[in-house]
Every structure is written in C-alpha cells, then in structure tokens.
Ligand binder design. Structure first.
Ligand code: NDP
Ligand code: 2IT
Length: 448
C-alpha cells in the first residue's frame, strides 16, 4: 500500500511529524489517504480548501487525571482521554475504551476511523473516541463504579446530547454505561438520556444496541455473499474475541445458517467443531466474566489452545472481532491457503496493512471495520433518535432498521468502488464514500 499522490504523501508525513510515536494513528490515517488519490484528482476543491489536513487534526483533545480508591483503600491514578475529532455531520459520537493499552495514539486512531464510519452510516453523527488505561479485569463492581464516577466527574463538562455522546468499546459495556450515566445525572441534575448510548433497555437504552455490532457484521457478510450469489448457509466461520462484538456475531451467523467453529480471548482460543454454544458463551463471558478456557472445560467436544493463533483454524469466513492488528500477514496467508474467501472486520483495524494486501491480492472479499462494524454506532444513533422523541422501539423494529442500515452501507461502499473503477474494493469504497460526505459538509461550513 502506498500514499502515491505527492500531496497526500506530504500530508501523511506531516501527520507523522506532528503526532510522534502514535503508530496506530499513523496507520489509520495512511489507510484512508491510500484511497483518496483518485478523489482529489476528480475534486481539486477538497485539496484547495485543505480539507484532508483539517480532517487529520482533531477538533479537540482532552486528557485528564482519574484518581480513585481501590477496595483495599489504596489510591489509584489512571489517565482519561476524550478526542473530539470531527463534528461536521453531528455531535461527536464514539465509544470509550478501558484497557491498559490505551494511550493517546489508540484513542486518535479510533476517533479518526469513527469519523468515516459514522459518515458511512448516513446518519447525523460526527466522530470521537475516549477511554482510559484503567484495567477492569479482576476489579470488583464497587471498584469499577468508583472508577467510572471519577472518570465522569471530569468528562461530564465536555459531553452532552448536542455536543458529544460517548458509548461502549473494549472494557465498557452495560455495567460501565450505567455507572457513568448515574454520575452524569447526579452532577448535572439532568435526566439527559441522549448523552450516552448503550444504556439499559429499562432506562433509555435501545433494543438491539447490545447485539448491534456483531449482528451488523453478520448482515454485512450476508450482503457481500449475496453479490456472489452465495449465503452464509453451510459456511464454516471463525470469530476472534469473545466480548460484546464476538458473541453477537456468533449468534447471528448461526441464525443465518453458518457454523462458528472457534472463538478466543487474549489468553487463547477454543475450537468447537459442532458449533459454538452461544448460551454457554454468554454465561461464561457476560455473566461470570470468566476466561474462554472455562468454556472448553464445560463443553464436551470443545478444545482449548493456550496462546497460538486462532487463524490457524480452517474456515470459509473469518471475522476478527477482538482488537487492532490481531491479524497479520502470516495469519492472512494461512487463512487464504486454507480456503478462506471472506473476511469482515468486527473489530476496529484488526488486520495489519500487509494482511489486508494479502487478502486483496488473493481475491478475498474483504470488508474493513468502518463498514462491517458500523452497526453498533448506527444503532447508537437510533438510540439517540428514540431518546430525542422519548420513544422506545420494539426489538423487531430496531433489528429491521439495523439490517436496512447495513444494506445501505454495503450499497454505498459498492457504488463508490464502482464509481472509482475498483468494483468489489470495499476498502476504497468505504474510505471514499465516508470521506466525501464529511468533506462536503466541511466545505459547506467554511474554514472552521
Ligand atoms: P469487549 O471488551 O467486549 O471484548 C474484547 C474481546 O477482545 C475480548 O475477548 C478480549 O479478550 C479481546 N481482546 C481485547 N484486547 C485484546 C488484545 N490486546 N489482544 C487479544 N485479545 C484482546 O470489547 P468489544 O467486543 O466491544 O470490542 C471488540 C472490538 O470491536 C474492538 O476493536 C472495538 O473497538 C470494536 N468495536 C466495538 C463496538 C461496540 O459496539 N462494542 C462497535 C464497533 C467496533 P480479553 O477478555 O482476554 O481481554
Ligand atoms: O467503534 C465503535 O463504533 C464503537 N465502539 C461504538 C460507538 C458508539 O457510539 O456506539
């Protein structure tokens, strides 16, 4: 992959220079700039107004101290972040990640991706992301609550239903959103439902938000396969991770006729040729918050592999749903050699650039995260709609909307790829389509 246009090359060099050491951010920028050469050739007005340089610079970056007290009475100090990347299309929108690996470069890569992903949904949402290097693993509910309360004690002044609307990401699910919302409400004395998404269904949350990212990824795969006159029926699928996105990707793949034969966590993976038992997976991961090894212990016929690579398991369809750069060139070659023909990213940037190139060269149908995992944020936007109108939709209605939105995203990617002479190139299609929507709004609003 190359940033071939000299103007794009110099923008990329500037991003690297101005954001030293932020490797994941550089990678995310490069992946988008690699697609934009033909766009600025056709639309010089974007380059003239320096839209790309502006898009690469976050509108606002907030870094703050998060002090809290653990169960033993020890004072802990974490670092909190919120990067408000782009508000051309709507309030900043994007998740919060709590994981020890979080630093500014991770939050900026996620925020940057979010801008284009959110544009691709066709909904009125800008892009942002936040989080902390707090590690929720092994922490009690009371510790997680105190951490969330301290985090919100700073964050509340920066967010709002018309300003910035956080949600979940790695390490942030319904429990954390509950604690965060409770503290926001307490500090502001406002029951402002639309300030956070991923809330519980009984207090302002949307049906299907919890399931939406994983379901959406499966729907996107279905759309890609339909182009080839195929379906998920009878397909063998491998899903990495076993968190929110992975669990519901497994569930929907099964409903659509595929069989998920392996999933993982950061310690290892399980193979279950009979098909992953979703009820047991939910019990182990959502209820008990235990390790995936526990699944294999309780399920006859399943095996656990400590460490190793889940991508060694042969499959027709691979869905990386854990974290960034989890699928490298070696893994991509193994997948292709063993007959994998479809890859859709449930996670954000899980495939390395060399991995993506391997898939593209091999003619694999490859869906980038900003298209394939956009169902989560799209359903967050549906939650915002319901909150704004004080309404609450049924599960079936929300799921129908999600399926329509994923079909729309697929169509936008496919049309942009066709338009730019690269049919079937979902990477180009997603980047170009998302970029044009943001860039046109920025042009209309002047130099701001
Ligand atoms: P969860 O915290 O629910 O689950 C994360 C899963 O990925 C766990 O199985 C975890 O294993 C594994 N994982 C996390 N970090 C690593 C790592 N460094 N190495 C190996 N495995 C790891 O998060 P989500 O399911 O919500 O998020 C998964 C991915 O999907 C992320 O890339 C996220 O940005 C993306 N995403 C999430 C959306 C959402 O709505 N939640 C929407 C769109 C994208 P372990 O438990 O061992 O840490
Ligand atoms: O990466 C993502 O799109 C998310 N973590 C979901 C963001 C959201 O606002 O629902």
């Amino acid at each position: 992959m190359t940033v071939d246009d000299p103007r794009l090359h110099s923008i990329y060099d500037l991003v690297v220079h101005r954001n030293p050491g932020e490797d994941e951010f550089h990678q995310a920028v490069r992946e988008v700039l690699d697609s934009l050469g033909p766009v600025i050739a056709r639309h010089p007005e974007y380059a003239d107004a320096r839209v790309i340089e502006r898009i690469c610079e976050p509108e606002r970056q907030i870094i703050f101290r998060v002090p809290w007290v653990d169960d033993s009475g020890r004072v802990e100090i974490n670092r909190g972040f919120r990067v408000e990347f782009n508000s051309a299309l709507g309030p900043y929108k994007g998740g919060l990640r709590f994981h020890p690996s979080v630093y500014l470069g991770i939050v900026k890569f996620l925020g940057f991706e979010q801008v284009f992903k959110n544009a691709l949904t066709g909904m009125p949402i800008g892009g942002g992301k936040g989080g902390s290097d707090f590690d929720p693993k092994g922490r009690s509910d009371a510790e997680v609550m105190r951490f969330c309360q301290s985090f919100m004690t700073e964050l509340y002044r920066h967010i709002g239903e018309y300003t910035d609307v956080p949600a979940g990401d790695i390490g942030v699910g319904g429990r954390e959103i509950g604690y965060l919302f409770g503290q926001y409400k307490r500090i502001t004395n406002r029951y402002e439902s639309g300030v956070l998404t991923g809330k519980g269904i009984g207090w302002g949350g949307s049906a299907v938000r919890k399931e939406a990212t994983g379901y959406g990824t499966a729907f996107f795969v279905q759309e890609m396969l339909r182009e080839r006159g195929e379906s998920l029926d009878g397909k063998k699928v491998v899903v990495s991770g076993s968190g929110n996105v992975a669990i519901y990707a497994v569930e929907k793949v099964h409903e659509l006729g595929g069989t998920v034969v392996a999933c993982s966590d950061s310690a290892g993976y399980v193979v279950d040729e009979a098909g992953v038992d979703v009820a047991l997976l939910k019990e182990v991961k959502e209820v008990e918050r235990a390790r995936i090894s526990e699944y294999a212990e309780r399920r006859s016929g399943a095996s656990y592999f400590a460490g190793g690579s889940i991508w060694d398991v042969p499959c027709d369809v691979a869905l990386p749903c854990a974290t960034e750069n989890e699928l490298d060139e070696t893994a991509a070659r193994t997948l292709v050699a063993q007959g994998c023909t479809v890859v859709a990213e449930g996670a954000n940037m899980p495939t390395t650039p060399a991995g993506v190139a391997t898939f593209v060269d091999a003619g694999v149908l490859f869906a980038p995260g900003k298209a394939a995992n956009a169902g989560g944020v799209a359903t967050s936007a549906l939650e915002m709609q319901q909150n704004a109108s004080r309404d609450s939709w049924t599960h079936d209605h929300a799921e129908t909307r999600l399926a329509e939105i994923m079909a729309g995203i697929h169509a936008r990617c496919a049309e942009a790829a066709d338009d730019y002479g690269r049919p079937g190139d979902y990477v180009l299609g997603a980047n170009v389509s998302g970029f044009i929507r943001v860039a046109d709004a920025m042009l209309a609003m002047g130099v701001v």
